[in-house]
Each structure stands twice: as structure tokens, then as C-alpha cells.
Design a protein around this ligand. Sequence first.
Ligand code: UFG
Length: 337
Amino acid sequence: MSKKIIVTGGAGYIGSHTVVELMHAGYEPVIIDDFRNSKPWIIDRIGELTGKYPLGHSIDCADEKEVLSVFRNYTDIFGVIHFAAYKAVGESVQKPTMYYQNNIGSLCAILNAMKETKISNLVFSSSCTVYGEPSTPAVTENTPIQKANSPYGDTKIICERIIENVKISGQPIQAALLRYFNPIGAHPSGKLGELPNGIPNNLVPYITQTAAGIREQLVVNGNDYTTSDGTNIRDYIHVVDLAKAHVKALEWLQNQNKPVCEPFNLGTGKGTSVLEIIHSFEEVNQVKVNYKIGPRREGDVEQIFANPTKAEKMLNWKCDYSVADALKHSWNWEKTL
Ligand code: UFG
């Protein structure tokens, strides 16, 4: 079996950690990334970590012609992992067409190139955002998909549906839709991690930048929710555990002998509040985070965490790292920047 895997967005946060895990597992990633949301030196870091430089193409994933020409460049691609997408919820509200055009356009370009070059295996980066505000916080894959509360979230719902419809159309596709909860942490080596563009939107990069003195104060978005300490609850998963799930998903796809389009929740199964994250960060790293309580952030779900049983059983996968490990690794990474 060929072990070449096209990885779009392979220099990004989750993408780069996945490329490392793929290489450790003996795969040959072919990265497609134009570095609009990442840095070329990440590729060097991957080389340092694995002893080998992955193949790469700096093209726009939404450019159908370019994508097809990369796919045609190889005769032995086993599958595609499609990470490349815009992901900032707030920005998507301001610039909806940019989000729809890029996130949906790139998926369509990939699916068309897969059809043209007869590649059937696809791992798609989805999000727990598809569940919206669930009626019970622990969600399974059978929890109903809800109307998205941002254009970003809507692109994930639409992309999942496009893949399902491509399967229905008769294109011989085998797809794993990976619904990520909240990825945090960094590579334990300190060589890879998240590189937020400007002011971070997400909690943990905001915490590390505040602890590092880059931001003055973290604002906790509301403490009047009906949770134990009043702050939102999320399922924070170490990015390396998340990356390993992609390798497991490819193994699972290899064993399928008919078209599939299967969603999987990737989370730890454990909910953690915003205040618990801040306090755990302070404790494991012995560093203070200057924070204050602010108003609720529009669009925030009160609490959500994964029931990851399906992924654990079907993909033979589980999380190894704790939230405390992830917060330690995030701080180690921040200190290298
Ligand atoms: N938070 C703060 N202060 C901050 C940043 C975040 O209190 O400065 C809080 C948020 O209000 C939320 C929690 O920290 O309660 C986590 O927020 P993130 O922005 O880190 O993550 P979200 O859960 O809002 O978003 C994540 C992904 C999205 C995805 C969404 C689905 O980043 O891509 O989950 O629920 F759409």
C-alpha cells in the first residue's frame, strides 16, 4: 500500500502535529499549504523532529487547477487529510463570503481532484460547533446537528453535508468526519505549537500570552452561567492526541470495503471550566495569569463536551495526555516564541 497522504494545511497548528505523527507511523505526507495562516519554518521544525523533510506545495487549496495538478503529480496517493480552512468565529461573522468561498471552495476542489485521480480516502477536519447548544452537554455523534451560530460553523455543517452527498452520488468515497472539541497544548519537544495571528481568539493562547506579558489581562467571558463555577465548560484535548486520531482514522479507512461517511467526536469526554483552566495553568507552570471577569461573549455555548466512545471503539484510539500536560506544553511553547 502506498503511504503517501496529501495533507492540506499541513503547516498549521493541528496539521503540523499530524504530519509528525504520520511520519512516525511510516506515512509520507505531501503538504499543501500556502502559509497564509502558518509559517514556512514549521516545515523545518517537522524535519528536525522526524529526521526527514515532508514533501510540500505552496498553493491555494481553493484553486481547483493547482490542486488537481498537485494530485496528478503523484500516482500513489492513499488518501487526503483536509485541514486547510479559515477558523475564526468572529471574523466569519464580519466576512461571511470569504469563509464560504474558502472553506467550501477548497473542499470542492479537493473532492473534484480526488474524483479525477481516483483517490477515495478522505479525513475531514470538522468541529463540535455542528452541535450548537446541545440539550445535554455530553454529545454523541447522534446528537442532532443544529443551526450554526456563525458562518464558520455553517461552513463545517455544509462541508459535512457535501461529503455525504458526494458519497450518495456514487463517487467511491470513504470519509471520516472528525469533529474536534477544543484542541490545546503543543508538541512536548517545544518545537511545534499554535501561532495565533494577532490577538488570539481562543482561551489558551490568550492565557499564555497574558502570562508572557504580551497581553495585559485575560477577560473571562462571563461567570453567570449555570455551571459549577459559572464559567463555560469545554472539552480541551491535547493537540498530539488529536493528531494521533488522524493516523487511526486512516487505518480505519483502509479497512473499509464500501463507501462510508462517518462522523467521530474527538474529545477527552471530560468537561473543564474556564476558571479551572486558568487555575490549572497557574498551578502546573507556577506562573500568575492576570484576569478579570467580563460579560458573556455572544454566541458562546454554555457547556459542551464529547462522548468519545465511538472513536475509542471504532478507531481504537484514546487520549494519553491530561489537560495539565497540555497547559504545561502550551507554556513551554510560548516561552520559545
Ligand atoms: N474565553 C474567555 N476569554 C478569552 C477567550 C475565551 O473567557 O479571552 C472562553 C470562551 O468564552 C469559552 C472558552 O473560553 O467559554 C473557550 O473559548 P475558545 O474561543 O478557546 O473556544 P470555543 O469553545 O469558543 O471555540 C472552539 C473553536 C471553534 C469552534 C467552537 C465550537 O475554537 O473553532 O469551539 O464550540 F467553533
